[in-house]
Design a protein around this ligand. Structure first.
Ligand code: MG
Length: 328
């Protein structure tokens, strides 16, 4: 028996019974199961039936399985994993939402915020305007400095994030007046939060403070776990934000998140590229500058024209999650 391989991750959870059967309660998820570890094999027990489960067990978490488990014993979730490396793999999927033009429309306030930050740092407003779509905060500001012929100094770099926070603070009222939540955004976030198989956060080029301000302005922050997001403060390269978020989420949820169980939702080809290069599948929404066909050609797994139909959003996320679990 290689019981020791279970002990570290299990210690982070509520263990209701001891080896060889584990009933684990990790909150309000709607799945149930147990597992045993016999002669070096991992077995998953669902409603009295025993399933061999070498490797990732997410393949067992199709909708039919979930229903069966839920009817058997509600309010528990089966924790699945590999006994070989001691890494617990739950059936959870990490959903990472882009902010601008995916969840909210900022009414031009984002560009004004970068321009104001430039003015606060340099002393004069920029003549050339910022380019934003899908870029990270550091990238936007670096390009803005270059476009205006101003060399970015170490002092500018040190003051960059506090200045962006200050600029966003000054523009918060304008955002409230001129921006809005995109159709279906609140309903989609709420629906995803009710599905125990999902963890949801943000993947945005914004620094965390400003991403929070933008979403909280329209009440969209409630169902997002900001502790595990990928932000513009993590890297200047958007694709790197996927791994940054996966590492944070992996640590918090004792789960290995990779391309098989991470879905990025975004509106630009840069979001699609970040998913493809960074290690996530992509649900694209054509509520930004890029059209459905452009996003599809860029490599999005699925594309919606918007988030207005909550059932469609959930169906797409579950379809992508299922494909990821099966490695297809
Ligand atoms: Mg966007």
């Amino acid at each position: 028996m290689r019981r020791s391989s279970w002990q570290r991750p299990l210690g982070q959870l509520n263990q209701h019974q001891c080896f060889p059967f584990f009933w684990l309660d990790v909150g309000d998820a709607d799945q149930v199961g147990a597992r045993s570890h016999v002669d070096g094999e991992v077995l998953l027990v669902i409603s009295g039936s025993v399933y061999p489960a070498a490797g990732r067990l997410a393949t067992l978490t199709n909708p039919g399985s979930r229903l069966a488990w839920s009817r058997a014993i509600p309010h528990h979730v089966a924790i699945c994993g590999s006994c070989d490396d001691g890494t617990v793999t739950t059936s959870k999927t990490l959903i990472l939402w882009d902010v601008d033009h995916t969840l909210i429309e900022n009414g031009g306030v984002s560009k004004e915020t970068y321009a104001l930050a430039f003015e606060l740092l340099v002393g004069t407003p920029p003549a050339a305007r910022p380019q934003t779509d899908g870029r990270t905060d550091r990238s936007i500001m670096a390009e803005l400095f270059a476009a205006n012929g101003v060399a970015m100094t170490e002092a500018h770099r040190d003051a960059l994030f506090p200045t962006l926070i200050e600029a966003m603070k000054r523009n918060a009222d304008a955002l409230r007046l001129r921006g809005h939540a995109l159709a279906g955004a609140d309903a989609a976030l709420t629906a995803v939060s009710r599905d125990g198989s999902f963890v949801q956060s943000v993947l945005t080029g914004n620094i965390p403070e400003n991403a929070f301000t933008k979403l909280a302005t329209f009440g969209l922050h409630k169902h997002l776990d900001f502790e595990v997001g990928g932000f513009g403060s993590d890297s200047i390269v958007r694709a790197d934000l996927v791994a940054a978020s996966q590492a944070k989420a992996g640590s918090k949820y004792a789960t290995l998140f990779d391309r098989g169980n991470t879905i990025l939702v975004g509106d630009t080809t840069r979001d699609v590229e970040a998913g493809v290069k960074g290690g996530a599948r992509v649900l694209a929404v054509a509520t930004g500058v890029d059209a459905v066909e452009v996003l599809r050609t860029a490599g999005a797994d699925l594309v919606l024209k918007d988030l207005a139909d909550t059932e469609s959003v959930l169906r797409c996320l579950r379809e992508i999650a299922s494909a990821g679990a099966q490695g297809s």
